[in-house]
Design a protein around this ligand. Structure first.
Ligand SMILES: Nc1ncnc2c1ncn2[C@@H]1O[C@H](COP(=O)(O)OP(=O)(O)OP(=O)(O)O)[C@@H](O)[C@H]1O
Ligand SMILES: [Mg+2]
Length: 211
């Protein structure tokens, strides 16, 4: 157990449109009826007042903003440090189950995409902030980039991250799959299936983990 914690951090990963937020809403409905007070729902970047301010800086679509890769990683890590220190760590100490929409695997898949020196930079700075802390379980919603993009086209959001293209998502997906091969904490779920089936499957994975 890390940091004397009693709870569990469960992160949800996958490319945009893979269905993370939809799945989390469905899990919430289920766990509201069972184990309500044990669960906390949060997201990255963000999750606390301070971290949400940094989220807004990252997602700002007003100007033609393009951060240096390392600047973006540092902003994400700053937001994660706030989130981890003020919300995640205390919640885990209390024995809560923290459901988090995106966490470290997103930073690796999106911001360090296929670049070893960026990965090293990320891992080094991260280790100063949260040591070797990782989620206890990660649900990776895997889907073809084409299918995910078709889903989000209907959604009409407009932040800085929503302008990315098919090739980008294909690479991010491959990076996620490479992470899944490396870490046993990551559980691969076929996200092309029906949303109800996915939530049933994931509820089972979670109950297995926390029982
Ligand atoms: N299993 C599913 N089958 C069909 N459509 C789905 C499924 N899951 C989610 N969707 C739809 O796809 C769209 C994207 O889903 P959602 O917002 O949950 O993805 P996300 O992974 O949270 O994306 P982002 O990373 O951009 O926040 C939504 O319109 C949602 O209703
Ligand atoms: Mg979402």
């Amino acid at each position: 157990m890390q940091n004397n914690k009693k709870g569990y951090l469960i992160s949800f990963e996958g490319i945009d449109g893979s269905g993370k937020s939809t799945l989390i809403i469905n899990l919430k409905k289920y766990f509201e009826k069972n184990l309500k007070n044990k669960f906390i729902y949060t997201r990255e970047p963000g999750g606390t007042k301070e971290a949400e301010i940094i989220r807004n800086v990252l997602l700002d679509a007003k100007n033609d903003i393009s951060y240096e890769n390392k600047t973006e990683i540092l902003l994400l890590l700053a937001s994660r440090y706030e989130h981890y220190t003020k919300l995640i760590k205390p919640a885990l100490k209390e024995g809560k189950i923290v459901i988090c929409d995106r966490f470290i695997d997103s930073t690796i898949a999106y911001q360090c995409n296929n670049n070893d020196s960026l990965k090293q930079f990320f891992l080094n700075v991260s280790s100063f902030l949260i040591k070797n802390f990782t989620p206890d379980l990660t649900i990776l919603l895997d889907i073809k980039a084409e299918q995910a993009l078709a889903r989000i086209k209907k959604r009409n959001k407009n932040n800085r991250y929503d302008k990315r293209k098919l090739d980008f998502y294909k690479k991010v997906r491959q990076e996620y799959l490479a992470q899944e091969k490396k870490f046993s904490r990551i559980s691969l779920v076929d996200a092309s299936k029906n949303a109800d089936l996915i939530s049933k499957q994931v509820i089972e994975i979670i109950l297995n983990k926390i029982s």
